[in-house]
Design a protein around this ligand. Structure first.
Ligand SMILES: *[C@@H]1O[C@H](CO)[C@@H](O)[C@H](O)[C@H]1NC(C)=O
Ligand SMILES: *[C@@H]1O[C@H](CO)[C@@H](O)[C@H](O)[C@H]1NC(C)=O
Ligand SMILES: *[C@@H]1O[C@H](CO)[C@@H](O)[C@H](O)[C@H]1NC(C)=O
Length: 487
């Protein structure tokens, strides 16, 4: 009996030892495999695949979502830019502002920028910048105000054969015509409005046409313009779409290969457009907004018909007349000038028309409003004012145009969208009013987060820099700028 007990105990001990040994061997084996065995490299390879984009050209979404290093660029590029007009100050259309913001940022990062643009009219002076690696090559515009293609091409070729040749050519829309861009493989064009997108505006304008006005022929002409664009766009090697919607149209309707279409959303200066409550309050005091007003709406830009001001005017007029409580609680700030400025003034004390504002004042203006409203009917490019308002931490309300709903106001968490009709505009304005300041503040914070994630000038410039590096990639020299490592 005692002997049996000893055997059992010994057996148990043996089992224990064997078990411990097995576990130890197993752990050692795994350990060994992990570091030396074939399992390791397989495991490592899989992980690399998940964390790396091997061909950035094929990346289907906005490059603004990617995180590029802010360190000095690995290679300094010589870049040529073709742009019809170089803006003087902040009063400039979307295309010119894009050209200015982007290329100044690239020059500040050390790249050699050569800008081919038209000389200003005899009176006005050309802006000067204290940047030594930024060169302007001015030429007299054609009678229609475009770049004289033969002339700028000659200027370009002189620069191309002086020092080193250009690494990349960039053109803002058709600054450089397709007849010149045809054989250039190191070229990218940024589209600010394509004809297909503008068809939506033509439809809206036709629906809003009063019976007294004659029917336009814009729609038929626009369709022919789309056909022409589909035919000549392939003459540009790389295409940058400034919104997700335009990226989709370029691939699907214009039938450009996926790896030649890249989405880089517009960005605005995040050092200028940022939340500042004190500035906003001072601005309200300065222009005389009574504290009793619980909702401040803001609009900015050219006050013209195709920016939707007739619609907005009529909606506001009806609301101020029909609802006394609304009338006593709101103020509308209107920045900018144009024919609708005077008409807004006729609406009385509820509307403050401020005239055009300089960039610094505009930053204060955004901080003073509870919500920024853009009733634009122009489906062209990505509107900068919406991005500025969002970076200032304000919710936005805008027309349901595909570039806006697809890239900017993507959900109710950052703002509101409406159809371009008086009824829809009124319903949405009433909803904004009912939601009130508390809700709007919350949406404003979400808008700011989205803005920081996607719409800063820094993000835009970093994305273009990488695109240009990828375009000038030389694998023979060991470059791998078209690969992207997810941080
Ligand atoms: C040039 O300046 C004069 C006087 O300052 C002004 O009257 C004229 O309109 C200007 N012309 C252009 C093209 O800006
Ligand atoms: C620019 O110069 C390079 C190098 O000489 C040459 O290969 C290229 O064709 C030139 N580009 C144009 C458009 O002339
Ligand atoms: C482009 O290349 C083709 C073939 O090499 C040539 O016939 C044509 O003239 C070139 N076009 C331009 C604008 O340089």
């Amino acid at each position: 009996m005692a002997k049996d007990l000893v055997t059992v105990l010994n057996f148990r001990r043996l089992c224990c030892i064997v078990l411990v040994f097995c576990v130890w061997s197993f752990i050692s084996f795994i350990y060994w495999c992990h570091y030396y065995g074939p399992g390791y490299s397989l495991y490592q390879k899989m992980e690399l695949k998940q964390n790396q984009i091997n061909d950035l050209f094929a990346f289907p979404s906005a490059w603004n979502q990617l995180a590029f290093s802010s360190k000095p660029p690995p290679k300094l590029l010589k870049i040529a830019l073709f742009v019809k007009k170089w803006p003087h100050r902040s009063h400039a259309g979307g295309l010119e502002r894009h050209a200015l913001t982007l290329h100044l940022a690239l020059a500040k990062r050390g790249h050699e920028l050569h800008i081919f643009t038209t000389s200003p009219s005899s009176n006005s002076s050309f802006p000067r910048y204290p940047i030594s690696n930024l060169y302007f090559h001015l030429s007299k515009p054609t009678a229609a105000g475009y770049l004289d293609q033969a002339l700028v091409w000659k200027l370009f070729q002189t620069q191309n054969s002086t020092g080193r040749p250009f690494d990349v050519i960039h053109t803002e829309s058709v600054g450089l015509l397709h007849t010149r861009s045809r054989n250039q493989t190191n070229l990218a064009v940024t589209w600010h409005g394509i004809a297909y997108e503008t068809i939506h505006s033509d439809i809206i304008q036709e629906l809003l046409r009063s019976p007294k006005e004659p029917q336009g022929s814009a729609l038929t002409e626009r369709t022919m313009k789309v056909i022409a664009e589909v035919r000549f766009f392939p003459s540009y090697a790389h295409h940058v779409a400034t919104s997700d919607h335009v990226g989709d149209v370029l691939k699907r309707i214009y039938m450009l290969p996926d790896d030649r279409v890249h989405i880089i959303l517009n960005g605005v200066d995040e050092d200028i457009f940022k939340p500042d409550i004190a500035k906003g309050n001072d601005f309200k005091k300065k222009i005389g907004v009574p504290e009793s007003r619980t909702l401040v709406l803001g609009m900015a830009g050219r006050l013209v018909k195709d920016k939707g001001h007739p619609l907005m005017f009529e909606a506001l007029k009806q609301m101020l007349e029909e609802n006394e409580v609304f009338q006593q609680s709101i103020v509308v700030l209107v920045a900018g000038n144009g024919p609708w400025g005077a008409r807004y003034r006729d609406l009385g004390t509820n509307v403050l028309v401020l005239g055009p504002l300089e960039q610094a004042q505009l930053a204060e203006f955004y901080n003073a409003v509870d919500i920024f409203v853009n009733p634009t009917l122009r489906a062209q490019g990505l509107d900068h004012t919406l991005l500025e308002a969002m970076l200032s931490g304000k919710p936005v309300m805008a027309t349901r145009l595909a570039s806006i709903t697809g890239s900017v106001v993507v959900g109710t968490e950052v703002g509101y969208t409406f159809s371009p009709t008086i009824a829809s505009l009124k319903t949405t304005l009433y909803r904004v009013w009912k939601d009130g300041r508390g809700d709007l503040k919350q949406k404003g914070q979400a808008a700011r987060q989205r803005g920081l994630q996607l719409f800063t000038a820094t993000k835009m410039a970093a994305a273009y820099e990488r695109l240009f590096l990828c375009i000038s990639n030389d694998e023979n020299r060991g470059d791998n700028y078209c690969q992207y490592q997810i941080p």
